[in-house]
Design a protein around this ligand. Structure first.
Ligand SMILES: [Zn+2]
Ligand SMILES: [Zn+2]
Ligand SMILES: [Zn+2]
Ligand SMILES: [Zn+2]
Ligand SMILES: [Zn+2]
Ligand SMILES: [Zn+2]
Length: 483
């Protein structure tokens, strides 16, 4: 049974392998961020839903299913839009898609058995060997086959094919295609039809992950447009870029274009080693948080991003996220250099959050397997403690992702918006660095793990809650575009 579009009950909760619907991995931070309102679908499930929709629209507007498919496609596959447009101006819809002006005209056949001349090849054929799109223009099957082949070669345009007669605009629907086209062309046509359902549906996308053939339906998502495919790939259903809430798709597109045009510079920045600001030893980052500790004998503690002393990152004057133009009068920077500096400031932070998030994700997978290995016999206490850590990591993943995109936003922001952003971003980022740092300390000192860790986990929970609050305020401010 295919889920019906009219049947909201169970539509988004019945995950059944037999229907081709796929279970979601609800441990991911996207899924756990809100209610699961999107649906991951296999090609077969997409096909079933598409057929279901076509049948119900055929019923609604009283036309054969093949014509209903054309009308639905014209309305971006939305039965609601069909209903609106058809019942407010049926004629207009008929004209737009090439439906006969009233009813559906049956194929016009001559009454006697005299052969008919095909208007394309001028050969004579028995009437039974002739076909039309539902108008009076009869062509032989051979000519139709060639006509359809050329159309299919042309791609998805074959879905809006019209009668070959130049004066006629009647739609060539799939019944006719299935009747006369070669097997191969028919399959290609059906494939275009299936793809069109996903690609022309405003809230539906093929998963952009390479090699993944699943589609995600976000029609019921509302404001939640970050979705998660069953393959583990998360993306924005509107622009297919990685999830980037609360920053808008437009900003993300501009930023990604900017990055690809600056890729030479940014590669150089990322490839270059950093040095301890105190002893100049080259440093390597292998933790997720940005708190760096130089080895013996230096022991200097500093920030990986800005190389400033770490103490400054713990006080109220967190400044790591603010871009401050170098004001050096002896060495007057040129405007071009200054603008590059500014870009690199944002780029480095945007890139670093992803690196940190990646590391945190690995750590979280490890925690998951630890939890699984504990089994049912494990002490309740250990489970609770790992639960606190999982909560912390969920917040870290969510926060890293959100902060990452606020740097894309920051690059294009100015004036009061930028000031407000820097304030909210600074608070959120400082709280997240504290949390991430604290969560990682724990992972390095196993003795705290199962005993005497009570106060540690209390503090961890407190830092998680605190970070969650800061991120909530920031997300709230973005709802009004920081105005
Ligand atoms: Zn012909
Ligand atoms: Zn015609
Ligand atoms: Zn996928
Ligand atoms: Zn987007
Ligand atoms: Zn050092
Ligand atoms: Zn810093």
């Amino acid at each position: 049974m295919a889920p019906s579009s009219n049947d909201d009950q169970g539509y988004y909760s019945d995950f059944d392998e037999e229907d081709g619907l796929v279970e979601l991995d609800s441990d991911d931070e996207i899924a756990s961020g809100g209610k699961l309102r999107f649906q991951v679908l296999t090609e077969d499930a997409v096909r079933a839903i598409q057929e279901d929709r076509i049948a119900s629209v055929a019923d609604l507007i009283q036309v054969p299913p093949a014509f209903a498919a054309v009308v639905l496609r014209h309305c971006n596959w939305s039965p609601m839009v069909v209903q609106d447009r058809w019942f407010s101006d049926e004629q207009r819809v008929r004209d737009a898609v090439g439906l006969p002006s009233t009813g559906v005209v049956p194929v016009a056949l001559k009454r006697n058995d005299a052969p008919v001349t095909c208007a394309l090849c001028f050969d004579e054929h028995a009437v039974g060997k002739m076909r039309s799109a539902g108008c009076a223009h009869l062509y032989c099957c051979e000519c139709w086959r060639g006509y359809l082949r050329a159309a299919v070669e042309d791609g998805a345009r074959s879905l809006s094919l019209r009668c070959p007669d130049p004066s006629c605009s009647l739609a060539v629907v799939r019944d006719l295609v299935h009747d006369v086209a070669d097997d191969e062309d028919r399959q290609r046509y059906d494939r275009f039809a299936l793809r069109s359902y996903v690609e022309e549906n405003k809230k539906m996308r093929w998963c952009p992950s390479p090699g993944c053939a699943l589609a995600v339906d976000g029609e019921q998502c509302g404001d939640q447009v970050d979705v998660l495919c069953s393959c583990g790939h998360g993306f924005c259903i509107l622009c297919t870029e990685e999830p980037h809430r609360p920053v808008a798709c437009d900003t993300v597109r501009k930023w990604m274009e900017k990055n690809s045009s600056e890729s030479e510079t940014t590669n150089w920045v990322l490839a270059n080693a950093k040095h301890c600001p105190k002893c100049r030893r080259p440093i390597e980052k292998n933790s997720g948080c940005n708190h760096m500790r130089c080895g013996s004998p230096c022991h200097h503690q500093f920030c990986w991003i800005c190389l400033g002393p770490w103490e400054e990152h713990l006080t109220g004057n967190y400044n790591c996220n603010r871009y401050v133009a170098a004001d050096d009068s002896t060495f007057r920077r040129q405007q071009a250099k200054a603008s590059l500096d500014r870009y690199l400031h944002y780029y480095e932070r945007w890139a670093a959050h992803e690196v940190s998030r990646h590391k945190a994700r690995e750590d979280m997978f490890e925690l998951e397997s630890t939890l699984a290995a504990l089994g049912g016999a494990a002490a309740e206490e250990s489970r609770t403690q790992i639960g606190f850590l999982m909560d912390a990591y969920t917040q870290i993943l969510h926060g890293r992702r959100m902060l990452r995109w606020t740097y894309a936003y920051g690059f294009y922001a100015s004036g009061a918006k930028l000031t407000l952003l820097e304030c909210l971003q600074g608070e959120a980022e400082a709280s997240l660095e504290r949390l991430h740092d604290f969560a990682e300390i724990e992972r390095n000192s196993a003795e705290m793990y199962f005993d005497g860790g009570g106060s540690y986990f209390k503090e961890l929970a407190r830092l998680t809650k605190q970070a969650a609050n800061y991120f909530e305020s920031m997300a709230e401010a973005f709802q009004t575009d920081l105005a």
